[in-house]
Design a protein around this ligand. Sequence first.
Ligand SMILES: Nc1ncnc2c1ncn2[C@@H]1O[C@H](COP(=O)(O)OP(=O)(O)OP(=O)(O)O)[C@@H](O)[C@H]1O
Ligand SMILES: [Mg+2]
Length: 290
Amino acid sequence: MQISVKDLSYVYSEKSKSLAVHALDKVNLTIEEGSFLGIIGHTGSGKSTFIQHLNGLIKLEKDKGSIKIGEFDLAEKNCDFRLLRSKLGMVFQYPEYQLFAETVFEDVAFGIKNFMPETTPEQTEEMVKNALETVGLNYYAVKDRSPFELSGGQKRRVAIAGVIVTKPEVLVLDEPVAGLDPVGKKEFIALLKQLHNSFVKTIIIVSHDLNLVAENCDKVAVFSQGKVVATGTPKEIFSNEQKVSELGLKLPVTATLEKALNGVGVDLNSDLTEDGFVRAFTEFYKGGNG
Ligand SMILES: Nc1ncnc2c1ncn2[C@@H]1O[C@H](COP(=O)(O)OP(=O)(O)OP(=O)(O)O)[C@@H](O)[C@H]1O
Ligand SMILES: [Mg+2]
């Protein structure tokens, strides 16, 4: 499903003159099927408001733009949001806080009951088992446990299982690695990549971690003051140091190193991933430049 957003505007507390906040101001963004998009931007720039429009959590208001996701036109009265939400999964910051059921099984099965009520109990069990195993948990070991007695990392996995259980084509995540330790973060990214290689076609990730974005995303959209002010590959976005700092953002480590090396006459021109950087650096030395 391609996602096409045109001239999307949103005002919180629109009716109040003193409280009104113009969170989105004519946002235009097309997200191709298959992309791994990073959404970045300073705090309050509208990132969360934007993504909450994508599954109708914030309602697209009349004359405030258009949102089309595959066959779904979110401006249409008869838009099937239940079906849309089974195909576009949304993971919020600290998703483990959203766990609520008495057992892990019930928690993960909730999305099926909610979005796909015609599913049989046998199919439900199979789907829950698949989802839990996909996120690296042993179905039989966790299914009857209370989600509240699991570790933080396990809770987050259960929460993700509850989102991917309907096999969404698009997965949208708001600050998904916040609060994880470096190992937890690495494992989480590996999980996202594994999902991207299977049924999740498109991943959209909102993050303040520009290293993570440079490392994993193939496209970046930069928000500032309710607008999309730049889109491009991580290389295109992070090569423009002046613009990045004007937007209140800090370069990823690879871009900072490249810039420093550039200052002493070394032009690596890598793709700004860690592997790419190391490869370019090694090539430079092998080439006898060292
Ligand atoms: N529920 C709300 N009511 C009123 N104003 C809000 C609400 N949620 C967000 N805002 C305002 O809308 C603007 C955009 O907020 P949003 O949460 O989309 O930004 P963000 O880019 O996700 O920021 P952060 O990086 O801090 O998460 C901000 O000015 C914010 O204060
Ligand atoms: Mg936010």
